[in-house]
Design a protein around this ligand. Structure first.
Ligand code: ATP
Length: 717
């Protein structure tokens, strides 16, 4: 492809109606009538007026960074990527392709679908997307939508996809860890001049514009004009309703009864409440006496997978879309006229001091509230009903969404930063600096996992860990499985823990519960996960089989794909594999050892036989989650004395989820000795130290076979 002067895609030939057919410059084929139909819609978007300004800035700006600021729905996510593709085309794609990041995988796929349609190109060919376990790109992909975390992983590891001509960081106001980190990395590199001729476009809601402007040193800003037409003023409730799902349902039913035109968007805090609301509404709308069809109720959250596209389909019936923070910025539905907002969000916030996730129900930011209000569009103006008093957000809400880098476990990020040889992640340029405590905890955990060397740089093991798209402790357990000959089982477990840990949701019926119980394994939740996966594969990945057991079919399919990817990665870096042996006594012990090698930081002990587990790393007491196999089992009644867990969550109660029994001897043998001696003083620590002394004595004395088994040296430590 040769370099061409900058022109609009539709300028590559005569307009419709002329005898010669206009040709799409990206694939050389004549434009279809659908292209022109969508072009009209695109030209009506507020962003269209800013097109030349944007292209001029991209072309001529010497710093290579352009900021685009505009309201939700103005057309940023669909149009900017296409214009960047036109810019890259004009340069003959000699500097590389266009990559667009999105903070949510679902949004990346949805946008790729739409943009391929608008550009009259084939999805997976010229336009593609990369999201976990789905790489819909090809050798000719020129424009790729990518989940930002995946791109960060690619940047840091050896799996980079070659040069970028233009990198678009979309939805910067969402403040995802990956988007903030990519900006930090680019900013740092920019200080020493970026290699090549990369253009960076940062796209944001106007609320974050001042901060980004300061961060990037006053780059050129393209402002998108406001959409003409009135937006409804919010109507506030006097008090917060005791049951917001019920309140939201009643508000929707009221709109339907009044037969007011337009689709409805409902914001609730959590997926659980979205499901409850959808169930209740679907029942109730059937009994409404309406002139037309009853409304279609559609959920919109990350678990909806491909079904999410239904929210964009044209329907004869009114659409009621029930969602949460996912649609604050990422899904622009043109037909929405009415918004009902609970003003709340449920978020997971990680506390590094106690290494636990908290489920926090909190007010949304003022910026999100405004974005939600602006979703109500169209004529006649619709409505925006806030299920909270006006003072609620004024007093309690922060102006902007919380940066996720201040709320997530940073171990994976620090591993990646170390891989990029940013020796001191604390010095990395972030939009908001993460808490020193969070960085310290991440460094400490990586050190215990032997991912760092004595100088604090990545060890050889750390380099291998950073190649895996897994949490560091899980990657470590997978590597340890090479040594303990249980790679096949650990691969399954790593895939299930990453893609489908949700098999533990409560069953809906007695029959479902019985079928599910048959999949439980006596060795604990980890072995149950392997058993579920194997039974799923034996069923031929059958959706009905999953439905009958209340298992998430899409998540299991994801786990299957991830397992394949992990296996490929292990083969590529020539790690030793082992044959399946699930079910044998030896395999059971090997699997436990591999798990303890990665998860020794997540061990708890039942101190009094009542199921009150004291966590080893700090003095928190936790219970087994109600979905844990040891809770649902009738006998033996006593919970296991020592357990290893996958997650510790503080919500209504302190609960450990995905739990399996371990032997404390394994902990003494496989955890780094300095980790055990650093544990806070407790009876558990004393017990472990006694064990350690006993094992040392037995080494000096007779070499019993059982003691020997625990003394197999772990070369990975
Ligand atoms: N996946 C999709 N399928 C169909 N139409 C879409 C899709 N995504 C966007 N659109 C259309 O494109 C229009 C512009 O949406 P776009 O996402 O570009 O706006 P935006 O300014 O990026 O808003 P936001 O910040 O909310 O994403 C929408 O109003 C809708 O008509």
């Amino acid at each position: 492809m040769t370099s061409q002067p900058l022109r609009l895609a539709e300028e590559y030939g005569p307009s419709p109606g002329e005898s010669e057919l206009a040709v799409n410059p990206f694939d050389g084929l004549p434009f279809s009538s659908r292209y022109y139909e969508l072009l009209k819609q695109r030209q009506a978007l507020p962003i269209w007026a800013a097109r030349f300004t944007f292209l001029e800035q991209l072309e001529s700006n010497p710093t290579g960074v352009v900021l685009v600021s505009g309201e939700p729905g103005s057309g940023k996510s669909t149009q900017i990527p296409q214009w960047c593709a036109e810019f890259a085309l004009a340069r003959g794609f000699q500097k590389g392709q266009v990559t667009v990041t999105q903070p949510y995988p679902l949004a990346a796929r949805s946008l790729a679908l739409r943009v391929a349609d608008e550009m009259d190109l084939t999805l997976g060919h010229e336009v593609g997307y990369s999201i976990p376990q789905e790489d819909c790109t090809g050798p000719n992909t020129l424009l790729r939508f990518c989940w930002d975390r995946l791109l960060l992983q690619e940047v840091a590891s050896t799996r980079g996809t070659g040069a970028w001509g233009v990198l678009v960081l979309d939805e910067a106001q969402e403040r995802s860890v990956a988007s903030d980190s990519l900006q930090g990395l680019l900013q740092d590199a920019r200080l020493e001049k970026l290699p090549g001729d990369l253009r960076v476009v940062v796209v944001t809601d106007p609320a974050l514009e001042p901060k980004l402007r300061a961060f990037w040193g006053n780059p050129p800003i393209v402002h998108i004009p406001r959409e003409p037409g009135e937006r409804p003023s919010p109507i506030y409730w006097d008090t917060i309703p005791p049951d917001r799902v019920e309140a939201a349902c009643q508000a929707v039913l009221e709109l339907c009864r009044k037969e007011l035109p337009g689709d409805v968007l409902v914001f609730l805090p959590s997926e659980e409440e979205i499901s409850l609301c959808c169930e209740s509404l679907s029942r109730e709308v059937e009994s409404l006496l309406l002139q037309g069809l009853p409304p279609r109720v559609l959920p919109l959250h990350p678990d909806c997978g491909r079904a999410v596209q239904a929210v964009y389909e044209d329907m004869d019936a009114r659409k009621v879309v029930v969602t949460h923070w996912l649609a604050d910025f990422s899904f622009s539905l043109p037909s929405i006229q009415h918004v009902i907002d609970s003003g709340l969000e449920l978020r997971s916030v990680y506390n590094p001091r106690i290494r636990a996730e908290f489920q926090v129900l909190r007010p949304i930011s003022k910026c999100q509230a405004e974005a939600r209000r602006l979703r109500a569009r169209g004529f006649p103006p619709g409505s925006c009903l806030c299920l909270y008093p006006k003072s609620f957000l004024e007093l309690e809400a922060p102006p902007l969404p919380q940066p996720r880098v201040c709320e997530e476990n940073l171990s994976s990020l620090v591993l990646l930063l170390k891989r990029r040889q940013i020796a001191e992640p604390g010095e990395c340029h972030f939009l908001d600096q993460p808490a020193p405590e969070a960085l310290m905890q991440a460094l400490e955990d990586l050190d215990y996992l032997a991912a760092l060397d004595d100088d604090g740089d990545l060890s050889d093991l750390g380099v291998i860990l950073s190649e895996f798209p897994l949490a560091p402790e899980l990657a470590k357990a997978l590597l340890a499985s090479c040594e303990f000959d249980c790679v096949d089982e650990m691969l399954t477990l790593a895939a299930m823990l990453t893609a489908a840990p949700g098999f533990t949701r409560p069953p809906l019926s007695a029959e479902e519960a019985a079928l599910r119980r048959a999949l439980e394994h006596t060795d604990g939740d980890h072995s149950s996960l392997i058993q579920v996966y194997e039974a799923f594969i034996q069923s031929g990945a059958d959706e009905a089989w999953c439905q009958a057991r209340g298992l998430n079919w899409a998540a299991l399919c994801q786990a299957h794909k991830l397992r394949g990817e992990l296996l490929e990665l292990m083969q590529r870096i020539e790690l030793p594999l082992s044959l399946p042996a699930f079910g044998s006594e030896q395999n059971r012990r090997d699997l436990q050892k591999a798990l303890v090698s990665g998860y020794f930081l997540k061990v708890a002990r039942d101190t009094d036989g009542t199921g009150n587990y004291l966590l080893l790393t700090h003095k928190h007491v936790a219970q087994l989650s109600s979905y844990c196999c040891y809770r649902s089992r009738r006998a033996p009644a006593r919970p296991p004395p020592w357990v290893l867990y996958h997650n510790f969550t503080i919500s209504k109660d302190n609960c450990l989820s995905i739990v399996s029994e371990i032997q404390p001897q394994m902990l003494v043998e496989l955890a780094p000795p300095y980790f055990l001696s650093n544990l806070p003083p407790s009876e558990s620590r004393d017990l472990l130290n006694q064990l350690r002394e006993g094992m040392a004595d037995s080494t000096a004395g007779s070499k019993s076979s059982s003691a020997q088994e625990f003394r197999d040296p772990c070369v990975l430590q």
